[in-house]
Design a protein around this ligand. Sequence first.
Ligand code: GSH
Length: 220
Amino acid sequence: MVYDIYWGAGSPNSWRTLLGLEVKGLKYNSNLLEFSKREHQTTEMLALNPRGLLPILKDGANSIYESIAILAYLDQQNPHKPLFGVTPTETGYIWQRVFEVENYLCIPLLDIIRPVFFDDVRDNIDAIEKAASYVHSEFKTLETQLEFEDYLAGNKISAADVVVFPYIQALLRALSLPEGKPLDLDFLPFEKKYPNISAWIERITKIPGYENTYPPNWKN
Ligand SMILES: N[C@@H](CCC(=O)N[C@@H](CS)C(=O)NCC(=O)O)C(=O)O
């Protein structure tokens, strides 16, 4: 079985699904669409996702959107290297961690990342600073947890890691851009400020196939 994944460069939600496919070692056709050309909102793509957003997974006649739903679909269909655990205890804990990172970390991260990527920092500075304080508070919790465990829901990579990893990479990318560099949000140098999260990032970048997931527009 070969899946088709439709994704956009630099989209953290797309990155989640590519990472999920690689972690699970699944074969897929990679369909990179250009947001700037509205390729994600053609009639054909809107038939797959009426919201006009990426990522979308196509599996024969079946199509599915929403990045976390795609991860769950892949996991259900391919039980090896499970992202959502095997036992009820593991599954419950992993979903708990997925919702925690989605609700309390990815949302404030997006409040920082989006204005930087869309060159709208000046009008959003108060919201960015407020979001940074939420992110620091969540990062402190992760930092402590990662002192004792390799991943966010235990010692094996799970959906919780896959869901939040692209957002943390996007934060670091945003802070390196000319629009983000002047922001003084106290995240850098990241390896000094958050050494355990940095080691976790490093661990994930070593996953075979990781380079296939890295946003092509970030490579230079
Ligand atoms: N909750 C959705 C969010 C999807 C989403 O917001 N995708 C963005 C990229 S990260 C997109 O397609 N944006 C294009 C647009 O807004 O036109 C998911 O997790 O898949």
